[in-house]
Design a protein around this ligand. Structure first.
Ligand SMILES: [Zn+2]
Length: 379
């Protein structure tokens, strides 16, 4: 058996069932790891009086802080996991080692990386500086009462980090091949065109909304938002649904609906895109509803990304690509406070059956986190 501290911590966290929104035992386990390391741990439930089920229900959050110093370095992550699904080879919440791998829900996304950071803390003296952990129980859900509530908590207590590392699984084929320095934003929109229902044989008595919706969508499809930037791929507009709810061949429907999803880079804001689309939809006779899920952000090249890249190369021998691909993450909220970089385990098995992490990667990640933290604090 190995004597990996990160492996031991990962197993302890993965043994706690913590499907989003998470509360309770997984946070007890986390607190029990941090208190002996000198952290003061603050836990709170957010969203207890939010009646909207779309907001995900009550969620637990944890903020832990230790040390003094002019610089405050934060590690952010989540203890909630997605539901395991049917068909696992072993219990999703009974972590098991087979060969070189540790299996269980959360192995890479992202209890393994939280375990690696806590293991790294054992090698970082308290005098090194101010370190905090920003840990939510709702990243995989609506994320309404998760990291956003933690940011409010930190601002209320007057503690805002100077630099932040998010431990999401950013590596692709090998630990170290990718870090994220930004993310695209996301906005969803719903278009409705009203008409008047009637008989197909009596079109003068009806008003068909479909041609108007098709014309609106053709205009939207012709929009080229941008050609990408040095750091981002081009923004894209996708029409993701189209329906009238009309089962009859001889009826002109009363209403036609469509839905769009736009992933956008930092040349746009969610609001600017809503206005752009509204400028096509309303003159075309439709109405628009929109929900912005997250704004684009970029941490421009600088000390944080350079330090991360250098230490990843030192430990793994690979220079990580600085990417902005993939979906949104909680880094979108934290980026409003300070520079943020995301780096963590290989993401090949995240959200899948038989999620697994290489034990060697847990130890290598511990070493990367230790070096990055010490270098950024001593700077
Ligand atoms: Zn995650």
């Amino acid at each position: 058996m190995t004597d990996s501290l990160a492996l031991d911590y990962a197993q302890r966290l993965m043994a706690c069932e913590s499907i989003s929104p998470a509360r309770g035992s997984v946070f007890d386990t986390m607190e029990a790891m941090l208190v002996p390391l000198g952290f003061s741990v603050e836990r709170f439930i957010a969203g207890a009086d939010d009646a909207d089920p779309a907001h995900g229900g009550p969620v637990e959050n944890l903020f832990a802080i230790r040390g003094k110093g002019r610089r405050h370095f934060a590690f952010a992550g989540h203890l909630d996991v997605v539901p395991p699904g049917e068909g696992w080879s072993s219990g999703p919440f009974e972590p098991v080692i087979k060969g070189d791998l540790l299996y269980g829900r959360g192995a890479v996304d992202m209890k393994g990386s939280i375990a690696a950071f806590v293991a790294a803390l054992h090698e970082i003296p308290e005098e090194a500086g101010t370190i905090s952990l920003i840990i939510t129980g709702d990243e995989e859900g609506p994320a309404i009462h998760g990291t956003r509530a933690l940011i409010d908590h930190m601002q209320a207590r007057g503690t805002v980090p100077d630099l932040c590392l998010v431990g999401e699984p950013t590596s692709v084929d090998r630990l170290g091949d990718m870090m994220k320095v930004g993310r695209r934003g996301s906005v969803n929109m719903w278009i409705t065109v009203e008409g008047t229902q009637g008989h197909v044989a009596y079109p003068h008595l009806a008003d068909n909304p479909i041609p108007r919706l098709v014309a609106i969508l053709a205009q939207i499809k012709a929009v080229a938002l941008d050609e990408g930037t040095e750091f981002f791929q081009p923004s894209n507009i996708e029409i993701t649904e189209l329906h009238t709810g009309n089962p009859a061949t001889n009826v002109i429907p009363a209403r036609a609906l469509a839905r769009l999803s736009i992933r956008f880079n930092d040349l746009h804001s969610g609001e600017s895109l809503v206005e752009l689309i509204r400028g096509i939809v309303e003159p075309g006779g439709g109405t628009l509803k929109a929900m912005i899920s997250g704004e684009a952000f970029l941490t421009p090249p600088g000390e944080l990304s350079a330090t991360m890249a250098a230490e990843v190369e030192e430990v793994t021998g690979i220079v990580p690509e600085a990417s902005t691909t993939g979906g949104t993450s909680d880094a979108r909220f934290l980026s409003k406070l300070c520079p943020v970089v995301e780096f963590g385990l290989c993401n090949a098995t995240m959200h899948k059956l038989d999620e697994a992490v290489a034990i060697a990667d847990l130890d290598a990640l511990t070493e990367i986190y230790r070096r990055v933290t010490l270098r950024l604090l001593n700077a």
